[in-house]
Ligand binder design. Sequence first.
Ligand code: ZN
Length: 113
Amino acid sequence: MDAQLELLIMLHDVDHLLRESHQEEKELGFKMEESSEGLEKARKRIAKKLRRSVLERYELLLNRYGRSVAPVSKGICYGCYMALPTAMASGKAKNEKVISCPNCGRFLYWIGK
Ligand SMILES: [Zn+2]
C-alpha cells in the first residue's frame, strides 16, 4: 500500500477516536486528559509525515463531511455511494497511490477485492 495512503487511513482512525473521546467527555462532563492527549500526539506525528497538499485536502474534507477517507468495495465509493468510473474501479493502482472519488472528493482505499 502507498505510504501516504496508509498515513491517511491512520490519521482518519485517530480523528475518529478523538471525536469519540470528545463525545464521551461531553457526556461524562469532565475531561479525560490522558486518552485524548495521547491521541493528539499521535495525530501530530502522523500529520507531520503527510505531504502538505494531501494534509490540506484532508482537513478540508474533514470540515466538509466529517469523514475524509472512504472505503471502496465492488466499485462503489462508501463515502457518497456512487459507482466509480469503470477505469478507476478496475484500475491496477488500487491502494498504490492516493486518489480521490470524482464525485465526493474523499480519499479512497479499497477493501476486499
Ligand atoms: Zn465518493
